[in-house]
Design a protein around this ligand. Structure first.
Ligand SMILES: C[S@@+](CC[C@H](N)C(=O)[O-])C[C@H]1O[C@@H](n2cnc3c(N)ncnc32)[C@H](O)[C@@H]1O
Length: 267
């Protein structure tokens, strides 16, 4: 990868960490770590670790006698993760082909990555392969767009302003929201004792502008969608009234962002 491309990925990952992790993803790390029952001394793998929020939570629980590895294909994400927490063992790779021996982790965790994997069932089979026989799998995915009305409103506005392809890129994180389809995906991949727990979450963005810019400039390009500046300007203007129901007295955008946490074991 050329130096400017690498720098662009690192800048995008820094923006992801600053804008999305504190507003949306951060609160889920303790919930997923609880679901995986991570304890001192364990070996833990975080798949699709991004900038490492869940790996950091895992490391705080395994303590010095345990170990944590984080894996992600995106070199910019890994670079930020490494800078924040050098002690974790960071790996570049994909979930569908994990670079670890069989039975090497007591817990395998992943949050908000499964929807983007090219082959979800293969990724789950790989997570099971590297899990010890008594190990625990915990994977979080967003609930459906219907249960996340603020994003549903933003997606509808984006479809009006920029068309179907752009709107689909913002719909993508919510495609695994159906609980029974989710359970069938895990069971079909060979996961045993599958349990799907739906939990409340609350997103907190500093303003409508920050939320919409994060989505349009920070997320859409990751999905291969680049809007024209006039489209971004129109979105920023029209999003103010559309998202007004979620704006608090101090200008923050606060809304329900529920998710499912799937737990399971190796059979
Ligand atoms: C929305 S981010 C979530 C990151 C992190 N888990 C968090 O909670 O902040 C989705 C992550 O999935 C990663 N990803 C996409 N495809 C992947 C694959 N095939 N295998 C592993 N990770 C993948 C992306 O690079 C990105 O870092």
């Amino acid at each position: 990868m050329s130096e400017p491309m690498l720098q662009a990925q690192i800048d995008a990952a820094k923006a992801y960490e600053a804008l999305f992790v504190s507003s949306l993803f951060g609160e889920w790390a303790p919930k997923v770590a609880d679901a995986a029952q991570i304890r001192p001394g364990q070996r833990v793998l975080d798949v699709a670790c991004g900038t490492g929020v869940l790996a950091r939570e895992a490391a705080s629980r395994t303590g010095p006698t345990g170990s944590v590895a984080g894996l992600d294909p995106n070199i910019g994400m890994l670079s930020v993760a490494k800078e924040l927490t050098p002690a974790v063992d960071w790996h570049q790779g994909v979930a569908e082909s994990l670079p670890f021996p069989d039975d090497s982790f007591d817990a395998v965790v992943s949050q908000f990555g499964l929807m983007f994997f090219t082959d979800r069932a293969q990724a789950l089979r790989e997570m099971l392969r590297v899990l010890t026989p008594r190990g625990r799998l915990a994977v979080a995915v967003w609930d459906s767009l219907d249960n996340t009305p603020a994003y549903a409103a933003e997606v509808a506005l984006l479809e009006r302003v920029a068309g179907r392809q752009a709107a689909d890129a913002l719909r993508a994180p919510f495609v695994l929201g159906d609980r029974s389809e989710l359970a069938a995906l895990f069971s079909g991949a060979g996961v045993s004792s599958v349990e799907v727990t739906s939990e409340h979450g609350t997103a907190h963005f500093p303003s409508v502008r920050v939320m919409v810019e994060a989505d349009l400039r920070g997320w859409l390009p990751v999905m291969g969608v680049f809007l024209a500046e006039e489209q971004i300007a129109r979105m920023l203007e029209e999003a103010e009234p559309v998202l007004a129901p979620y704006v608090t007295a101090d200008g923050m955008v606060v809304f329900d962002s529920p998710a499912h946490i799937v737990t399971g074991r190796k059979s």
